[in-house]
Design a protein around this ligand. Structure first.
Ligand SMILES: C[S@@+](CC[C@H](N)C(=O)[O-])C[C@H]1O[C@@H](n2cnc3c(N)ncnc32)[C@H](O)[C@@H]1O
Length: 257
C-alpha cells in the first residue's frame, strides 16, 4: 500500500493512503488529535492504577509515543498492546519527525534522547513484551483485529475461517487472563466509510468483553451508527468536544459493570 507524507494544520505530519483516499490522522492536526482523544479523554480519564491499553491500529506509533510520555510524566505504569496488520518501516516513520534529534524526554527523573527511545518503540521486536522505560511496557502484535477475541479468559486470534486458533499467538499471550483485561481501548481504525468491516457490532461486542470494569474506549468517530453499536454492546457512551480546531465531537464509551 502506497503512503504519502503530508503536513497537518498543527504542523505535525501524517500519512495519506491514496488507495483508500484516507489519512492516518486528522488533517486539522495529527498530534493535537491524538493527544486529545487518546491521552486527555482516554488515558487521563481512566482511574486504573496501572492501565493496560489496547490500540487498534498501531500505525505510526504516535498514540503509543504520547502514552509513553504521559506514563513517564505521571509515574503510572502503562502496559501497551499495539495491534497492527500492516506495520510501517522505520525509514518512513522517521521522516514524520514526531520526535526531533535534539529533543529530550524525562525518563524516571533523568533526561534521555527522545529520538533513540522513539526508534526503539518502532524497531523493538513484534509479538514480544519490551520494557521501553520503567513506566512503559510495549507489546506490538501483527494481527488482524477482526480475528481477535477472548476465550476462556485468554486473548486469542482466529487464524483461519474454520475457527481454529493460531496457537503460537495464543501461547505468546498466555499471561492474558480475565484478571488482566484492558483498561483502555484506543480505537483508531480507518474511517467507517473506508474500512466498514472494522466497525461492526460483533467487533464492538468483543472489545466490550476485552475491557475490565470501568474500562474506557475512545474514538475520533462520533457517527450515530457507531454510538448506537457501542451502546448495543453494553457501553455507556458520551459525546465529548473534539480536539481544538478539529472535529466537533468524539466518543468515549465506558463499561460500567
Ligand atoms: C487511522 S490509521 C491510525 C494509525 C495509528 N493509530 C497512528 O496514530 O498512526 C489505522 C491503522 O489501522 C491499521 N489497520 C488496518 N486494518 C487493520 C486490521 N484489520 N487489523 C489491525 N490493524 C489494521 C492500518 O494499517 C493503520 O495503521
Amino acid at each position: 500500500m502506497k503512503r504519502i507524507i503530508e503536513r497537518t494544520e498543527d504542523g505535525s505530519a501524517t500519512l495519506f493512503v491514496p488507495e483508500l483516499n484516507e489519512h492516518y490522522h486528522s488533517t486539522k492536526g495529527a498530534r493535537t488529535e491524538s493527544q486529545h482523544i487518546f491521552i486527555d479523554m482516554g488515558l487521563k480519564a481512566s482511574a486504573a492504577i496501572s492501565p493496560r491499553v489496547l490500540e487498534i491500529g498501531f500505525g505510526t506509533g504516535l498514540n503509543a509515543w504520547l502514552t509513553l510520555e504521559e506514563a513517564e510524566r505521571s509515574g503510572r505504569n502503562v502496559h501497551y498492546t499495539g495491534l497492527e496488520l500492516y506495520p510501517l518501516e522505520w525509514q518512513m516513520i522517521e521522516q514524520l519527525n514526531y520526535v526531533t534529534n535534539d529533543e529530550q524526554v524525562t525518563v524516571n527523573g533523568e533526561q534521555q534522547t527522545a529520538i533513540e527511545l522513539f526508534k526503539q518503540l518502532h524497531t523493538s521486536p513484534w509479538e514480544e513484551e519490551v520494557e521501553l522505560t520503567p513506566h512503559f511496557t510495549l507489546r506490538k502484535v501483527q494481527e488482524d483485529f477482526k480475528k481477535l477475541r477472548m476465550e476462556n479468559g485468554e486473548l486469542r486470534v482466529n487464524n483461519t475461517n474454520d475457527g481454529t486458533i493460531n496457537s503460537q499467538f495464543s501461547t505468546l499471550n498466555s499471561p492474558f487472563n480475565l484478571n488482566s483485561q484492558f483498561n483502555l481501548v484506543y480505537f483508531d481504525a480507518f474511517a467507517p466509510e473506508k474500512q466498514p468491516e472494522m466497525w461492526s457490532q460483533e467487533l464492538f461486542n468483543r472489545l466490550y468483553v476485552l475491557l475490565a470494569k470501568d474500562g474506557i474506549l475512545t474514538t475520533y468517530c462520533a457517527k450515530g451508527i457507531v454510538r448506537r453499536m457501542l451502546q448495543a454492546a453494553g457501553f455507556i457512551v458520551e459525546r465529548l468536544p473534539g480536539p481544538p480546531g478539529g472535529k466537533r465531537e468524539i466518543l468515549r464509551a465506558r463499561k460500567q459493570e
